[in-house]
Design a protein around this ligand. Sequence first.
Ligand code: BGC
Length: 432
Amino acid sequence: MEFQLKDGLLLGAASAATQIEGGDDNNNWYDWYRRGYIKDDSDPSAAVDHYERWREDLALMKDMGIQCCRMGLEWSRIEPQDGVFDEKAIAHYREEIQALKEAGIPVLLTLHHFSNPQWLEERGGFVQRDNITYYLRFVRKMVESVGDLVSEYITINEPNVYAYNGYLEGAWPPGRKSFLEMSRVMTNMAAAHIEAYGLIRKTRLQMGYKDTRVGVANHLRAFAPKDPKNPLQRFWAERVEELFQGNLTKAMCTGRAVFPIGKHPSIVPGEFCDFHGVNYYTRSTVSGPADGTAENCPVNDLGWEIYPEGIVEVCRKVYGLLKKPIYITENGTCDNEDRFRAKYIAEHLQAVCESGLPVERYYHWCFCDNWEWAEGLSARFGLVHVDEETRKRTVKRSGEFYKRVIAEKGVSKALYQEFCGGEYPRNGEEQG
Ligand code: BGC
């Protein structure tokens, strides 16, 4: 293996507020923790203490040569009660974003990443159409507050995962198991995105800025039939893809509502993204109307198939919807001992660089080990290790590798040999 980074591709790191910051217990995820639903019982109001240690994390980013950063805001911290904004919290984010900017690390800002203020959750979150106005009020407030520092925004992170896990599977807050509610949440989030897309651009224009870029971070999986020769399985692979992600992505970027996305006055044909945000991790192998994993394939420590070609498959698909630049807004893997993360990065980056697609950003997920939603602190995705007790940061071997890839603008044979010898685990049996 040997390749050069594509011209114009920036290498960055991504994170989300709830997963790293700590210091806030006013959201739906803290409530979920309080009710005992986190696998290792780790507390999101502690997370990895980034809210206090952001300067230390920034120093590490600088040292690694990180070229851009995707970060999120904790809505519940900024608006702890309906309509009451905490100016100190906003000043904190301004300071952090400004410092990143001064370090030459521009910010792609996520406005919603799975976490709702508890007061909004109690009013039904995104299952209630009327609640979209609360989201838009928050979006406007934040763009007015940091719009001079940030030109690029993600309206919503992975609305399909939020809707599926929280409203169909019941594994995430609010723990519902209703297809109808999942469909409503997807519809309302598509509408919220379309409205926020216009609002962010308009607000920044009023502030005198014309260079705004807005998109969604879509969670996109590759999908394959278990037996490619079986027409029924091919049929199901396509249907599951559409239901889980394809039709929602279509609605968000082009305003076309196809089941399970319902009608909403804001979902009308148009173009609603300036870039395609792609979060890519894995492939699903299906033989019927359910998710599954191929037999005996390489997997990460959570059992997710490792399939580097998939990153190109999903990018081609969204690029086919609209010819817009592509940002890999997340790509990474759960590798608790940091045995194969470097190899994973090399293979996915190579696929991106050789695809011929206009990929402009690659944000590795995650900058540091983080609080991984229902998995708690037990699943490690970071380039930087965080000690569970002391929260001490240590750059991992894969972090060293990433630093070298950035500095050397690619992966040479020697670099690959030095860092990427780790073998992927394999799953023995079919899951799901
Ligand atoms: C989410 C992240 C999460 C990552 C790894 C994505 O679905 O946006 O918040 O940590 O995957 O599970």
